[in-house]
Write a protein that binds this ligand. Structure first.
Ligand code: PGA
Length: 248
């Protein structure tokens, strides 16, 4: 049985003092034995939030990472740096980074390999645009993104890999995918992992849905057979994130 995982993606919200306050208020509310809860916060708040969550099972995550170990990469952060801080999760290849910051399928793969090497669980984001869905290209887009992302990753490593299916048209728009659309895409991703790596790896991999998840729709989405939780943006910076995590 795969344990559910719900990760909040704070994006560029909360100053460190506001992050500390929110994490302190939420930590017992999000701490439930049934669900792994993660807060993916801006770099500047990683330590603060990690300290605020101490003593609970809620974990902190980063929203991006660089794939090089070190070097002249002004403004970047390495996996080694995150690992040395005890950051257990990192979001990789979010569509906002793919669209606005030049993230490619190749860098997603390099980052994933490096995160795994340092014992950090990558939350790899994939998903189609509105236009790609309209043109019936969703399956092909997902296939390509997954093939690149998982290149050279071993079947055994998949229990430490999380995939987030996030249709771009559903992110921050309030337009959530239907249960059928979300389940179909997540099932397709799992099938592809099975074809590449075998059924055990496919069964081990947690696949999340992301895109306008709210307390109102979370329970039904997370109850779908191939959806193991969510990656949650807007609803993760509100106190009602508790209801999303607890799938109430
Ligand atoms: P949203 O964002 O929940 O605000 O749609 C999801 C995400 O960007 O991961």
């Amino acid at each position: 049985m795969r344990k559910k995982l719900v990760a909040g993606n704070w994006k560029m919200f909360f100053t460190p003092p506001a992050a500390k306050k929110f994490a302190e208020e939420m930590k017992t509310k999000l701490d439930t034995p049934d669900v792994d809860a993660v807060l993916c916060v801006p770099y500047v708040s990683l330590q603060t939030v990690k300290d605020a969550l101490a003593g609970s099972n809620v974990k902190v995550g980063a929203q991006n990472v660089h794939y090089m170990d070190e070097g002249a990469y002004t403004g970047e952060i390495s996996c080694e740096m995150l690992a040395s801080m005890g950051v257990p999760y990192v979001i990789i290849g979010h569509s906002e980074r793919r669209e606005r910051f030049g993230e490619t399928d190749t860098t997603v793969n390099l980052k994933t390999l490096k995160a795994l090497k340092h014992g950090i669980i990558p939350i790899i984001c994939v998903g189609e645009s509105q236009r790609q869905r309209r043109e019936n290209r969703t399956a092909n887009v997902l296939r390509k993104q997954i093939a690149f992302a998982l290149d050279e990753i071993s079947p055994k490593a998949m229990k430490n890999v999380v995939i987030a299916y996030e249709p771009i048209w559903a992110i921050g728009t309030g337009e959530v995918a239907t249960l059928e659309q979300a389940e179909e895409a997540c099932a397709l991703i799992r099938k592809q992992i099975e074809e590449r790596m075998g059924s055990e790896a496919a069964e081990d991999t947690r696949i999340l849905y992301g895109g306008s998840v709210t307390p109102e729709n979370a329970k039904a989405l997370f109850a779908m057979p191939n959806i193991d939780g969510g990656l949650v943006g807007g609803a993760s910076v509100k106190p009602s994130f508790e209801q999303v995590v607890r799938c109430e």
